[in-house]
Design a protein around this ligand. Structure first.
Ligand code: XUL
Ligand code: CO
Length: 433
């Protein structure tokens, strides 16, 4: 037991009228929404990297957080895990997520690094057995170390490809051992800085083969969870191959992986790609590849991917609307891929950031459920497309260009314009959020 969170109580639901900072106002894990507990809808996860490993640096300044567990030893890695599980106990969320590099120090060789990871996985496994949260997903950090600066699977050096594949093997083994429900691949450096030095076709081909190897290994070891790709258009690379959901789907089709891989969709990445979060979710749902979400928020003035904690109820409500409409999460969940502002130094800041985020998501999901149960939005949508339920409309699709030509000419059809009723629908949404 460390004293990092000394004096901070376990967070409980007290209802919207509570004036206690250290309480949930909207997130009551046991509340039944659409026939299911709120905890089982939202499936919250904490991200090890932002909360316990990130030192608070930005492009103009170094660390602002001075955590007692920062450093590259196994003792400090264990202290970091102790603190992580203390925060988990305070918040009571059901899941966490991690990269290999978040939980273990690097060794002097690949083998030593792997041994460190295995030891930490055992340590974390014991803590989970003692009543901690479960693992939503594991992943490999193939972007921080300088060896990955020109990519991991897409590196021009085949040895970096192999090193990356070997690393992913160890991370999939770790995820399996900890009972993880998904395995995530975010291609942090899978892209390019300049086309002038880039063989784009080869790099994409190698990335496709890499993902096939991940899927092959999943089946070999009997990992039952989902393999998830996390799209992002740029940053850190100038251009990243996994630009957005639609781009990744084309990539999966090209390499025969569309039935094997789903998406982990991040709010901030959707915005960077010039989309809304709900667009990316609706696109994934329509393609049958909606997996999990990374919940956070960007800075809309600067356009930077700031990974802030979510705090916009209408935005969050529209996201959960798409998720609920698609049937909710299966193996996925809501991972807070979000970090404190670098001035938020206090342990209490870390707790309260998550309390607010959990509350805003609960509010959003409950609003989304009410919107679905009310049904007016779906009715309006159905009404807009009702012409497509007729035999005439089916004949347009079957008849080709000539069939449509004959229909229009023979019946002297001149369709009129109809209102999209956007403002009416926006007003409708505002009744619920
Ligand atoms: C980076 C990002 C990652 C992935 C996991 O923008 O989102 O934290 O979620 O590697
Ligand atoms: Co993410």
């Amino acid at each position: 037991m460390t004293d990092f969170f000394k004096g901070i109580p376990a967070i409980r639901y007290e209802g919207p009228q509570s004036k206690n900072d250290f309480a949930f106002r909207h997130y009551d894990p046991d509340e039944i929404v659409m026939g299911k507990r709120l905890e089982d809808h939202l499936r919250f996860a904490l991200a090890w990297w932002h909360s316990f490993a990130w030192p608070g640096g930005d492009p103009f300044g170094g660390a602002t957080f001075e955590r007692p567990w920062f450093g590259d030893t196994m003792d400090l890695a264990r202290m970091k895990a102790d603190v992580a599980f203390e925060l988990f106990a305070i918040l009571g969320q059901p899941y966490f997520c991690f990269h290999d590099a978040d939980v273990r120090p690097a060794g002097d060789s690949f083998s030593e690094t792997t041994r460190n990871l295995e030891e930490m996985v055992d340590y974390i496994g014991q803590k989970m057995e003692a009543g901690g949260p479960r693992l939503l997903w594991g992943t490999a950090n193939l972007f921080t170390d300088r060896r990955f600066m020109a990519g991991a699977a897409t590196n021009p050096d085949p040895d970096v490809f192999a090193y990356s594949a070997a690393t992913v093997k160890t991370c999939m083994d770790a995820t399996l051992k900890l009972g993880g429900e998904n395995y995530v691949l975010w291609g942090g450096r899978e892209g390019y800085e300049t086309l002038l030095n880039t063989d784009l076709k080869r790099e994409r081909g190698n990335a496709g083969r890499f993902l096939q190897m991940v899927v092959e290994y999943k089946h070999k070891i009997g990992f039952k969870g989902a393999i998830l790709v996390e799209p992002k258009p740029q940053e850190p690379s100038k251009h990243q191959y996994d630009y957005d959901v639609a781009t990744v789907y084309g990539f999966l089709k090209e390499f025969g992986l569309e039935d094997e891989v789903k998406m982990n969709i991040e709010q901030g990445h959707a915005i960077l790609a010039g989309h809304s979060f709900e667009h990316e979710l609706a696109m994934a749902a329509s393609l049958g590849i909606l997996g999990s979400i990374d919940m956070n928020r960007n800075d809309y003035q600067s356009g930077w991917d700031t990974d802030q904690f979510p705090n916009n109820a209408p935005e969050v409500a529209l996201a959960y609307y798409e998720i609920l409409k698609a049937g909710g999460f299966a193996t996925g969940g809501t991972n807070f891929d979000a970090k404190l502002r670098r001035q938020s130094l206090d342990p209490a800041d870390l707790v309260l950031a998550h309390v607010g985020a959990m509350d805003i998501c609960a509010r959003g999901l409950k609003a989304a459920a009410q919107m679905l149960e009310d049904g007016s939005l779906e009715e309006a949508r159905k009404e807009r497309y009702k012409g497509w339920d007729t035999d005439t409309a089916h004949a347009h699709l079957a008849g080709g260009l000539e069939g449509c030509f004959d229909y229009i000419v023979e019946n002297n059809v001149s369709p009129d314009a109809r209102s999209g009723r956007q403002e009416r629908l926006e007003n409708l949404i505002n009744r619920f959020v």
